[in-house]
Ligand binder design. Structure first.
Ligand code: PLP
Length: 405
């Protein structure tokens, strides 16, 4: 087995060889500009782009005209939220989102607050979930947009998108849902789910980095956006700039594969994810699931281990590439804002590990990761006086600690 093992599929995915094969001709002979109308090079590129647009639309139950190509989800999120705010700002200045959103959403909201918008940041429940009832309680006459993610990137919790979408449609409020982690992993249908806008990122679904798309509903209601990138009027004026043809072809192929293999892939991922969790739990006590046991992405397992120190744990499982809710992965000392919003205590947040399972993960790799985690946690707990006290039956919450002077 080749080390290190990659279990960080929520961060990014390798390009599927079938996707790479589909892209290569567009770096070589078929290098035309999709906007060139006067020769075959342009026509070929345009046809490839339109085929990709169809594939992406099919994956989410949209029509091709509703797909706007971008450089990824961050750009799509900026276009959706800022585009709505600028277009509908005269109607109202209130936006609803959630504390557990990706920074791309939160930072755009912060930007808009500086421009005079008011943002309600809903606190999710302890499993990271936001419901239609939560949104309903926050709706105001001047609410113009609800932005609640489809699935969370750190803990994998899936929100009640259909319920929130139906509520928004009933109240005439636009609904954007960050679909980066959901599209291609779970069934997504923008019609049945009442979604007005969602985003897709190629590098999360075995496509290339730097390509993505925004879905923008064209009827019931027709969503209008102020473009954030002005130029030659590409993408029907939503996003100017010469199209990244090889990237878009890769995104289209990645979407086609996801559509064909979604059900079998989800089943396989759940099998591996549950195997990993069961192995760990069969050998270790005081293991906490961060996320929602029922509404969770097939490929995400986020666990915290009591009585171990997060950074030592990450070092202890050095042959396994994972992400952590601990401060050591970021410049700040704060643990993950997602775990904090879920009220996971700082100690548990620091010892959280996100295992991301993917298309190329094997049973052997999962077993290796489980064993390395078990060994590392055991070793660290042997050094932990707190764990020793718990083993002796002492209830730590009743202990009166001596204050230092
Ligand atoms: N939203 C979520 C939920 C994500 O997981 C990510 C990726 O980390 C993004 C947005 C940003 O996507 P991109 O890398 O395509 O800009």
């Amino acid at each position: 087995m080749k080390l290190p093992i990659y279990l960080d599929y929520q961060a990014t995915t390798p390009v599927d060889p079938r996707v790479l094969d589909a892209m290569l001709p567009y770096f070589r002979d078929q290098f035309g500009n999709a906007a060139s109308r006067s020769h075959a090079f342009g026509w070929q590129a345009e046809e490839a782009v339109e085929n990709a647009r169809e594939e992406i639309a099919k994956l989410i139950g949209a029509s091709a005209k509703e797909i706007v190509f971008t450089s990824g989800s961050t750009e799509a999120i900026n276009l959706a939220i800022k585009g709505v705010a600028e277009m509908y700002g005269s109607k109202g200045k209130h936006i609803i989102t959630c504390m557990a959103e990706h920074k791309a959403v939160l930072d755009v909201c912060k930007h808009l607050e500086k421009q005079g918008f008011e943002v309600t940041y809903l606190r999710p429940d302890r499993t990271g979930r936001t419901t239609a009832a939560d949104v309903e309680a926050a709706l105001r006459p001047d609410t113009i947009l609800v932005s609640i993610m489809w699935a969370n990137n750190e803990v994998g919790t899936i929100n009640d998108v259909r319920g929130i979408g139906a509520l928004c449609h009933a109240r005439d409020v636009l609904f954007f849902t960050d679909g980066t982690q959901a599209v291609g992993k779970i069934p997504v249908d923008v019609e049945a789910d009442h979604v007005d806008m969602t985003c897709i990122s190629a590098h999360k679904i075995y496509g290339p980095k730097g390509a993505g798309a925004l879905y923008v509903r064209r009827r019931n209601p027709r969503v209008r956006l102020v473009a954030q990138m002005d130029g030659g009027g590409h993408e029907r004026g939503f996003r100017s700039g010469t199209l990244n043809v090889p990237g878009i072809v890769g995104l289209g192929k990645a979407a086609a594969i996801c559509r064909e293999e979604l059900a079998s892939e989800a089943k396989r991922a759940i099998g591996l994810r549950d195997r990993l969790e069961q192995r760990i739990r069969s050998e270790l006590d005081h293991v906490h699931l961060n996320g929602n046991a029922e509404h969770r992405l097939p490929n995400c397992l986020n666990l915290s281990f009591s009585y171990v120190e997060g950074e030592s744990l990450l070092m202890g499982i050095g042959d396994v590439a994972v992400s952590s809710g601990s401060a050591c992965t970021s410049a700040s000392l704060e643990p993950s804002h997602v775990l904090r919003s879920m009220d996971v205590g700082d100690d548990l947040a620091h010892s959280s590990i996100r295992f991301g399972i993917g298309r190329f993960t094997t049973e052997e790799q999962v077993d290796f990761a489980a064993n390395q985690t078990i060994e590392a946690v055991r070793r660290l707990r042997q050094m932990s006086p707190l764990y020793e006290m718990v083993q002796e039956g002492i209830d730590l919450s009743t202990v009166k600690w001596q204050a230092e002077h």
